[in-house]
Structure formats: structure tokens, C-alpha cells
Design a protein around this ligand. Sequence first.
Ligand SMILES: Cc1cc2nc3c(=O)[nH]c(=O)nc-3n(C[C@H](O)[C@H](O)[C@H](O)COP(=O)(O)OP(=O)(O)OC[C@H]3O[C@@H](n4cnc5c(N)ncnc54)[C@H](O)[C@@H]3O)c2cc1C
Length: 126
Amino acid sequence: MHIAIVGGGIGGLTLGLMLHRRGIESTILESAAEVKPLGVGINALPHAIRELAGLDLLPALDAVGVRTRRLTYANHLGQTIWSEPRGTFGGHEWPQSPFTADGCTACCGRPRKSRSAATLCGRTHA
Ligand SMILES: Cc1cc2nc3c(=O)[nH]c(=O)nc-3n(C[C@H](O)[C@H](O)[C@H](O)COP(=O)(O)OP(=O)(O)OC[C@H]3O[C@@H](n4cnc5c(N)ncnc54)[C@H](O)[C@@H]3O)c2cc1C
């Protein structure tokens, strides 16, 4: 079986890696001419980190992100409105990790290159 994945965003790249884990080959079809970071970054919550950690990407994510200790909302005087611990600091099994778009591309794109079962193709349109 060979799976066609349309879209090489974090969803498509992750799916490609997960299929590879299960011994299923895939080809990722991406309409963008090149894979490059877009936007500032992404704040990955514990349930998302769990999936990426299952692909052995946690060390790579830790290298490009920061494990969030606490989320705090404050007013313009710096006075706390609301605050709570996050990720492992809040009792979750997995961390909450914001990482840059650059880091996201590096983490999900790097194993795609080294694990040859998932192939990324450019310039396709539905
Ligand atoms: C401003 C902003 C901030 C966000 N912040 C967060 C955050 O902090 N935390 C969080 O968890 N989520 C955040 N999100 C949401 C998150 O970015 C998306 O849920 C996630 O990127 C979706 O990933 P995806 O792979 O499903 O889709 P996409 O990242 O949209 O990837 C889809 C890919 O498919 C390609 N494509 C589309 N059509 C075709 C076609 N016909 N043929 C081939 N390729 C095609 C596109 O070029 C694209 O590369 C944010 C979103 C935005 C816009």
C-alpha cells in the first residue's frame, strides 16, 4: 500500500512519519514551491506534543523550544489577572512547548528527509 498525503504542513508531515512507523510508504504532495517557515511560531499543547514525542521528536523539540512553566495574563500595570502552571509543571504527562516556525519545520522536516519512506513532492494541485 502506498498513501498519497495532500499537504506538507505539520499535519501531513506528521502523518507521513506515523505511516512510516507502521511500515506504510507515503508520498506527501505539497503545492508550495519550497518548504520554509511561515509566521512566528506555534504553541504546542501537551496533547500535540504527545503525538510528536511518539515519533521520538521530543529531544528535537526541546532543542528548538522552551517548556512553558506558567501562563499568566496581566493588566497594563503588570498585575496578575489569572495564572496557572502549564504542561508538566501543571501535572500533564507531556510539556507545553512553544517553538519557532523555523524549529517546527526543522523538526518535522528533518526526519522526513532521513526516513526515506515518506517522499515530499512539490507543485501539485487538487
Ligand atoms: C496565526 C495562526 C496562529 C496559530 N497558532 C497556533 C498555536 O499556537 N498552536 C497550535 O496548536 N495551532 C496554532 N495554529 C493552528 C495551526 O497552525 C494549524 O492547526 C496547523 O498548522 C494545521 O496544520 P495542517 O498541516 O493541517 O495544515 P497547514 O499547515 O495549513 O498545511 C496544509 C498544507 O497543504 C498545502 N496544500 C493546500 N492545498 C494543496 C493542494 N491542493 N495540493 C498540495 N498541497 C496543498 C498547503 O500549501 C500547506 O502547506 C495557528 C494558526 C494560525 C493561522
